[in-house]
Design a protein around this ligand. Sequence first.
Ligand SMILES: Nc1ncnc2c1ncn2[C@@H]1O[C@H](COP(=O)(O)OP(=O)(O)OP(=O)(O)O)[C@@H](O)[C@H]1O
Length: 257
Amino acid sequence: MEEAKLKLTDVHKRFGSKVVLNGIDLAVPKGKSVVVIGGSGTGKSVMLKSVLGIVKPDSGAIEVDGEDMLRVPAKRKEELLKKFGMLFQGGALFDSLPVWENVGFGLIQGQNMRRKEAKEIAIDTLAKVGMGAEVGELYPAELSGGMQKRVGLARAIATEPEIIFFDEPTTGLDPIMADVINDLIIERVQDLGATTLSITHDMASARKIADYIAMIYKGEIIWYGKKEDVDHSGNEYVDQFIHGRAEGPIQMEILKP
Ligand SMILES: Nc1ncnc2c1ncn2[C@@H]1O[C@H](COP(=O)(O)OP(=O)(O)OP(=O)(O)O)[C@@H](O)[C@H]1O
């Protein structure tokens, strides 16, 4: 059994009467990459937000290196959160800040690093995602979608986190740029020896960046396995999802015209 860097045990969350997480069990082995796949509204974002402390689960445990984030004192939780880096869906860059300051944000705000030093690290980190120093002076609105994702990746890795979350890292990109981002993710994660948890709809991305794939459905992990096994999982929900079929056990909740 591999050592778990991050472990969710029986995590429950409901909003009003709506059950969103219905007992999530998921372990991310140290230095490995787990990709959670699943349809819209199945609880992927709420699961990530629960780990990041943005959403407070009703019950369960979320352990980082064996410490339960839901039960440690607030100060310790803050320290544990510094182990995380995050690439947000859509990049989520600050429009009013130049690119270098977006990349150095966690260094300046989280580590109280001086601006000059943070800028040097930001420029070095931009180089690691294939961008020159001149990009550091631009503003996010001046960048293409692919460049914004790369800046988002640079921001996620600038603090050299032990655990990185990727939220839909390829959404909105053409397939070639998506593959460039996948390659960069793999390379940079390997340099850092980081443990990663990603959520995506994009099976091509999942197949590329995952060691393990987990499928979430109605707030539960209904399948977990090596990525090589996803094509013969024997699970009809997984089969339907990876082939993108409308027919199958997963029914989309839409009003029929
Ligand atoms: N703060 C909240 N208050 C009430 N309901 C919420 C809240 N956050 C999420 N939900 C509900 O929880 C369910 C799961 O949402 P979540 O964002 O986790 O889905 P998802 O799997 O990430 O979907 P997508 O792939 O479309 O982003 C949705 O029905 C959503 O409306």
